[in-house]
Design a protein around this ligand. Structure first.
Ligand code: UD1
Length: 373
């Protein structure tokens, strides 16, 4: 019997999670000499730009999606509802055994909810992460997706405890490691060919990298102004390379804050995956409010200053290279000074972040669906 799976991607951080899974499925099929798993890829179109979406298909060697829902931007209700309407049509046509969703974006909750109501099983990859901050749209998406999923694949042990505390049965939870790290390991050798350092005239360890896109940081004028002051301070110590997210770019312009960033902050467009990895790997430190970048820097051993009050990825702070600073300017100053003086956290790589998470997931699913090879 073949297992028919539909995987969903929607926004930028999803692409690097599904790419290794597709490779593991292909490997499973070819090493077992047959098409045991039939895979269908659905892109909701939540992110649609060349730089936010297309470039990742190319860099991660992702197949062209079988379905493109073209939902685009809009309010949370608009985006979620439209994805549900369009995805339901795909499910009715394809009738899969399983839907796989990743992460915490609106596409994740929209597609899991649609599937489960049609009686189709759902696997959630990157389950159990909790910031305990319900003002974050991602936290709501995570809690709801986990509550209705049948298979919960967890990247770090905190996720297991969070799920158990929410009453999720232990036999649905699988600690498998981190698919982001599978993608990172696949792309690291390729990223060495990137010309990004030459393009911006950079020398290793002589610059920092900034990414910013959380609504709580960039949608509010006072908060964004505070962050601009923050970044100006840091840029006096080290040049700051700033690949700018469309949300942030729009808001800096809307609030007339772009001119207030000093000349040592270099704006660049959102980067493709390999260029971004190369930029981070050779940087002295990273400043971010992203989730995934906290994990990538921990793996690469690069200090990461996270401009948030909480993280759903505590292992990156506990044993990795991540510092949570919230709005604490003086704490940030002292961390930057430590880094400049070579006294930053050294960090370790978390358990099972070894590039094999995708294979573990495929093996577990084949076992659970009784796919005999
Ligand atoms: C979304 C996810 C967030 C994830 C982030 C990564 C949710 C709730 N949020 O946030 O968890 O970390 O993606 O980037 O799902 N835009 C473009 N081009 C694009 C995509 C978006 O210009 O290809 C613009 C939109 O017009 C919108 C803004 O960027 O104004 C924000 O996009 P949206 O998808 O709403 O949320 P993100 O902030 O990207």
């Amino acid at each position: 019997m073949a297992l028919k799976i539909i995987s969903v991607v929607g926004a930028r951080p999803n692409f690097m999670k599904i790419a290794p899974l597709i490779k593991a499925i292909e490997k499973y099929n070819s090493s077992n000499d047959g098409n045991y798993i039939q895979h269908v890829l659905c892109h909701t179109g939540q992110h649609y730009d060349q730089q936010m979406s297309d470039v990742f298909f190319e860099h991660l060697n992702l197949p062209k999606p079988d379905y493109y829902l073209g939902v685009g931007s809009g309010s949370h209700a608009y985006q979620t509802a439209n994805i549900m309407i369009e995805f339901e049509k795909v499910l009715l046509k394809e009738n899969p055994d399983l839907v796989i969703v990743v992460g915490d974006v609106n596409s994740t909750i929209a597609c899991s909810l649609t599937a489960i109501k049609l009686g189709i099983k759902v696997a959630h990859i990157e389950a159990g992460l909790r910031s305990f901050d319900r003002t974050m749209p991602e936290e709501i998406n995570r809690i709801l997706t986990d509550a209705i999923s049948d298979f919960l694949f967890v990247t770090e042990k905190s996720g297991i405890n969070n799920l158990l505390k929410e009453g999720i049965s232990e036999d649905k939870i699988f600690f498998v490691g981190n698919l982001m790290i599978d993608s990172l390991l696949y792309s690291l050798p390729l990223s060495d060919k990137s010309r990004i350092l030459t393009r911006y005239n950079l020398k290793p360890k002589e610059y920092s990298v900034l990414t910013l896109h959380r609504p709580s940081n960039v949608d509010d004028y006072e908060q964004l102004k505070r962050i601009v002051a923050f970044i100006n301070y840091i840029s006096e110590k080290k040049k700051v390379l700033f690949p700018i997210h469309p949300r942030t770019s729009k808001n800096l312009t809307r609030f007339n804050l772009t001119e207030q960033l000093n000349g040592n902050v270099i704006f660049i467009e959102p980067l493709g995956y390999q260029d971004f990895i190369k930029l981070v790997k050779e940087s002295l430190f990273v400043i971010t409010d992203s989730g995934g970048i906290q994990e990538e820097t921990t793996y690469l051993g690069i200090p990461c200053i996270t401009l948030r009050n909480s993280t759903e990825r505590p292992v990156t702070v506990e044993i990795g290279t991540n510092y949570l600073v919230g709005n604490d300017l003086s704490l940030t100053y002292s961390i930057v000074l430590d880094i400049l003086n070579g006294k930053s956290k050294k960090g370790k790589i978390p358990e099972l972040w070894d590039g094999k998470a995708s294979e573990r997931i495929v093996n577990i699913l084949c076992d659970k669906f009784n796919i005999i090879s």
